[in-house]
Design a protein around this ligand. Structure first.
Ligand code: FUB
Length: 327
């Protein structure tokens, strides 16, 4: 029985799914939402995650298996709190978890943990990746084996505070008529432990070749980047945050520039929207989360999936999460 558009698991709350296929099986790397009765705020303090579980599915119709705790905060020396949206990479015969969390100063950084098995358990490095900051790492392995890590999130994710490259607690988002902040990208070193060079900003342009503006909240980048390749083109997709869309832009190189193309998914129940796109056994799928199962509680999210379709010209057919099950 297909679990399409239903929670993959209900014994825990899961969010921010990064889906990959390893050895013909689907591996989903989500964050793990912990229920509590605290308030929501613009800083994301309600997202109090402490560990990661890895989920697997043998086929798209199969039951989803939870492999238990793959990495816990107590085993990561540099982390104090908030282990948010992770991703995974297979390289050099090993599996690497790339994850954001708050360091001893309370700032978000990106860390690395490794394992011989895709489901973990993972062993974390002593310290975070030097020169890393903000949240939502998404790792993309190109055909030449280079690993690109896209990251960054506004507000609680602190991206605007790092726009100069250094942390500035007073830095604000650009004014509405100024270019929007963009996701950052770094190429990983061969051993997956450091950035080869300082991260660069990724340009997202409108139909006239001009950068998207900060006031263009239906299209500008907010958080949750994902990169995939389809028919030789690079597709950068992300959340628009305040307007709750998942949108995408395409380009000819993993570092851009990218041109805005349209919406991948309309808003889900809950404030955040976060996704990944993966090809599995000849079909394409969107993994995402919503708060339907918890009755709309923002920090009690559930990971779901649905099939994703391309048009002949390579554009993506917009998904209406509660409206077009037949799509
Ligand atoms: O899960 C915590 C944060 O919520 C993620 O980092 C964002 O992408 C949003 O989903």
């Amino acid at each position: 029985m297909s679990k399409e558009r239903e929670p993959l698991v209900t014994h825990i709350y899961t969010a921010d799914p990064s889906a990959h296929v390893y050895d013909g099986k689907l591996y989903i790397y989500p964050s793990h939402d912990i229920p509590h009765n605290g308030e929501d705020n613009d800083n994301g303090d309600e997202y109090q995650m402490e560990d990661y579980h890895v989920l697997t599915m043998d086929s798209i119709d199969a039951e989803c298996v939870d492999h238990g705790v793959a990495l816990h905060k107590k085993d990561v020396p540099w982390v104090t709190s908030q282990m948010w949206a992770p991703d995974a990479v297979y390289k050099n015969g090993k599996y690497y978890l790339v994850f954001p969390a708050r360091d001893q100063e309370g700032n978000f950084r990106l860390g690395i943990a490794s394992s011989d098995k895709p489901e973990g358990p993972f062993t974390a490095e002593e310290s975070y990746i030097e020169g890393s900051y903000s949240i939502d790492p998404a790792a993309f392995v190109d055909d030449d084996g280079k690993v690109y890590v896209y990251f960054g999130g506004l507000w609680g994710g602190q991206l605007e505070k790092y726009q100069s490259g250094q942390f500035d607690p007073d830095a604000a988002e650009p004014a509405p008529q100024e270019p929007a902040l963009s996701p950052r990208c770094a190429v990983m070193s061969d051993d997956m432990l450091s950035f080869e060079k300082a991260p660069v900003g990724i340009e997202i342009l409108d139909e006239n070749g001009k950068p998207l503006l900060a006031g263009d909240e239906d299209r500008r980048y907010f958080e949750g980047p994902w990169m995939h390749k389809y028919q030789g083109k690079y597709y950068l997709s992300y959340s628009t945050g305040t307007t709750h869309y998942i949108v995408y832009a395409t380009g000819d190189h993993p570092l851009g520039p990218f041109t805005y193309r349209g919406r991948v998914m309309e808003p889900v129940i809950g404030w955040t929207t976060h996704h990944s796109i993966v090809e599995f056994k000849g079909k394409w799928y969107l993994f995402y989360h919503d708060c339907e199962y918890s009755g709309g509680i923002n920090h009690r999210r559930s990971v779901k999936f649905t099939e994703l379709h391309y048009n002949e010209d390579g554009t993506i057919q917009t998904i209406f999460p509660y409206g077009n099950k037949e799509d």
